[in-house]
Design a protein around this ligand. Structure first.
Ligand SMILES: *[C@@H]1O[C@H](CO)[C@@H](O)[C@H](O)[C@H]1NC(C)=O
Ligand SMILES: *[C@@H]1O[C@H](CO)[C@@H](O)[C@H](O)[C@H]1NC(C)=O
Length: 465
């Protein structure tokens, strides 16, 4: 049975010219975004050519010509003079090779791609690019952690309410709040370093899917390119976009932390709290209400976390259910990668800028502390006298209720009033109503006492060395 051919004059064929649908051409092409990896594509090609010269596919002279030609291609990209040929340069690989051929002649340039496929080539370029970007992000995150720890150190005396359910809970040091995110960002840094190890593996030499037939040395190419090793199966190597998925998962997690951090600061910057004020560089006036100062930077950080999460979810949907090895769907991993990397790198730097220029108002923080936040300390007072906590919790609750009934702060109740609730309260009970003393009792590792906070700072600093 022969297939019926579509009629050249078909009604729905208005866009077709010479068998090509121009929309399909642009739908398919990736040059306008994958040119981001022009330099990595060239580096990969040079390593590939060198390896081919070792196995006799290229002569030493041919390799030298390729290397020299690519130096020119690279300088054209860098000086902005590289001309993309619309409709011809579908992607960065064809564009670079086309230009190389124009410079050194196609009889040599035409040998470059021997035994290679765009499938292993694109994975190589993307991984090199991503690895370098993630190393920069690592340094941005180190910067954020440095500002966090240095503020935590110099502002260690500021006390403020710690919140649960956004209700005043117990007194803490402001530094303890800073380090609560410092601790999270430090874990993000550890996670990032793990991700980089997996991004940094080479697929080069895998061909389209079965591997190179000329005995190319994959490990030599990998080490020339600074990879930490190769992907051990050629089919897995060309199929893999987990290195992008994992990066996006990492970035989504980090941005979720940045978002919560930003949300706390937005709350603390309201007139109702007044604990912090953003520098003008990171806030905007209202177009209508002259008294307003909006925390736009923090709102953008919170907002952009959704976008990064979206890229992650989108790519996971794209790759799920793909059959083995390379499928064109994988091209859809490129733009989310570019955008998430830029958004994340920018966001960390903005967060660092906000934090390093923020003013704090320790008096406002302290004024927000109320004696009822020491109810637990009152219970602990009796615990230290041997009363079981379940009982002291109940007694302390009765003191809170009494203070409410008397319409007085808890620390204004008299000793006889306290002793009427429980006779085991003695003169020294008034010491329990001291915010500083309350904070200083939390000397456990990870606690909010000065010593514990300093220990946390030094633990983060060790990670940054
Ligand atoms: C789509 O782009 C690829 C290069 O990525 C190219 O080989 C192929 O010919 C293009 N297909 C169409 C239909 O334009
Ligand atoms: C690939 O093989 C190397 C060398 O044996 C090994 O160290 C590495 O763990 C393997 N990688 C994976 C992901 O299995």
């Amino acid at each position: 049975m022969s297939a019926s051919k579509p009629n050249a004059n078909m009604l729905w064929g208005g866009r077709f010219t010479g068998g090509l649908d121009p929309l399909m051409v642009s739908y398919n092409e990736s040059i306008y975004f994958d040119r981001a990896i022009y330099a990595q594509d060239i580096r990969g090609s040079i390593a590939y050519a060198r390896a081919n010269s070792k196995i006799g596919i290229l002569t030493a002279d041919e390799f030298a010509a390729i290397e020299k030609g690519f130096a020119q291609v690279l300088s054209e990209w860098e000086s902005g003079t590289f001309e993309i040929k619309p409709g011809v340069d579908e992607d960065i690989h064809t564009a670079n090779e086309r230009r190389l051929g124009e410079i050194i002649g196609t009889s040599i340039a035409g040998k470059l791609h021997t035994g290679r496929s765009r499938n292993d080539q694109v994975g190589t370029g993307m991984r090199l690019w991503l690895r370098d970007q993630l190393r920069e992000i690592d340094q941005h995150l180190v910067g954020l952690l440095r500002v966090t720890t240095s503020r935590a150190k110099s502002e260690i005396s500021a006390l403020m309410p710690g919140y649960t359910h956004l209700q005043r809970a117990q007194p803490i040091r402001w530094s303890h709040w800073l380090l609560s995110y410092g601790s999270v960002f430090a874990s993000d840094l550890e996670r990032l370093r793990e991700v980089i190890r997996r991004v940094n593996r080479s697929p080069l030499g895998s061909g389209a899917l079965v591997g190179n037939p000329f005995g190319i040395d994959r490990e030599a190419m990998a080490s020339e390119l600074g990879f930490e090793g190769i992907i051990n199966n050629s089919m897995a190597a060309v199929a893999d976009r987990d290195f992008v998925v994992e990066t996006l998962q990492w970035a989504a997690t980090l941005m979720q932390h940045v978002s919560r951090w930003a949300e706390d600061l937005i709350i603390y910057s309201t007139a109702e709290f007044g604990f912090v004020r953003l520098a003008d560089a990171y806030s905007t006036g209202s177009s209508l209400m002259p008294q307003k100062k909006n925390p736009d930077s923090l709102e953008l950080l919170r907002g952009k976390s959704g976008r990064v999460f979206g890229h992650m979810a989108g790519l996971m949907m794209t790759v799920k259910g793909l059959p083995s090895t390379y499928n064109k769907d994988l091209q859809e991993s490129f733009e989310p990668m570019l955008d998430a990397v830029k958004t994340t790198a920018d966001s960390i730097q903005i967060a660092t800028g906000v934090l390093s220029t923020l003013s704090i108002f320790p008096d406002r923080m302290r004024a927000a502390l109320t004696p009822d936040m020491l109810a637990t300390d009152l219970a602990d007072y009796l615990v230290r006298r041997g009363v079981p906590f379940r009982e002291t919790h109940h007694i302390s609750g009765r003191v809170v209720a009494l203070a409410e009934k008397e319409a007085k702060p808890m620390d204004r109740l008299t000793l006889p009033q306290l002793q009427a609730v429980d006779p085991r309260f003695a003169d020294d009970v008034m010491d329990a109503f001291d915010y500083e003393a309350s904070v200083e009792k939390r000397t456990v590792l990870g606690g909010t006492s000065k010593k514990s906070v300093e220990e946390q700072i030094s633990r983060i600093q060790k990670l940054l060395e």
